[in-house]
Design a protein around this ligand. Structure first.
Ligand code: ZN
Length: 239
């Protein structure tokens, strides 16, 4: 099965369309949360992912936009965008976001946004954190997002390490792995191109990829919709 691993699309429709076009024919799309928040097109992004029957889990921005709760946990620009999104989304769309599950198990993978210790909020940036999640999991592998930085942590025995990623080169999931495909809509690793990964469940490999997209068009939409200008500016530098 060919699976597109996406996370943190953040209402960036132009980036999502570029990624789906670059990914080509896939058997499934798994989204590790934060479908909305920050960007200009929350309804269109949600509609496109639902139309493609994407499997989604809840991110912090999804729950805040869906329920209106937890906004005190956000920085002022993020909170401003969540409030705008709530006003643009229909009641039905808010209900869909509010009802997203914190985790999903599919075959040999468990999906979450942050971690399995704290599915919505933990930022997994260290091998120790990754190890904690992989130990809790009842599947060999996990996929997460939230940091907006692509990463693979590999755990064999007592040792968990951060694996070096090379874009375009298949990486074998030959031990227990935590795979973060990075962010489609707001990368924070210094590369503004949309980040995603392709999983091959037959060969058990994951391949990280970048898709260039029209950043200026997303920036124009962010400004036109009256969102904080910094949310447009950061896209150009990938932070
Ligand atoms: Zn995010």
């Amino acid at each position: 099965m060919r699976v597109a691993l996406l996370s943190d699309v953040h209402a960036n429709l132009v980036a999502l369309e570029a990624v789906l076009a670059a990914a080509g024919a896939v058997d499934a799309i798994w989204v590790m949360g934060d479908t909305v928040g920050y960007g200009p097109d929350p309804s269109d992004v949600l509609a496109l992912l639902r139309a493609r029957r994407a499997v989604m889990v809840a991110g912090n921005h999804d729950l805040a936009a869906g329920t209106g709760e937890g906004l005190e946990m956000f920085n002022p620009h993020a909170a401003a965008a969540v409030r705008r999104h709530r006003s643009w989304l229909s009641g039905e769309e808010r209900d869909v976001l509010a009802a997203l599950p914190p985790t999903r198990e599919i075959g040999q993978f468990t999906l979450c946004h942050g971690s399995l210790r704290d599915p919505v909020w933990e930022y997994v940036v260290s091998p120790l954190q990754a190890q904690a999640t992989l130990r809790i999991a009842s599947t060999p592998h996990c996929c997460n997002g939230h940091t907006h930085v692509p990463a693979v942590f590999r755990s064999s025995g007592a040792r968990t390490t951060l694996v070096r990623i090379e874009a375009g080169r298949p990486l074998a999931l030959d031990a227990s792995c935590l795979v973060n495909p990075g962010s489609v809509g707001q990368p924070r690793d210094g590369d503004p191109d949309a980040s995603y990964a392709m999983l091959d469940t037959g060969a058990m490999t994951v391949t990280f990829r970048r898709a260039p997209y029209d950043v200026a068009e997303t920036q124009r939409r962010i400004r036109a919709r009256g969102l904080p200008p910094i949310l447009a500016e950061r896209l150009a530098v990938g932070f």
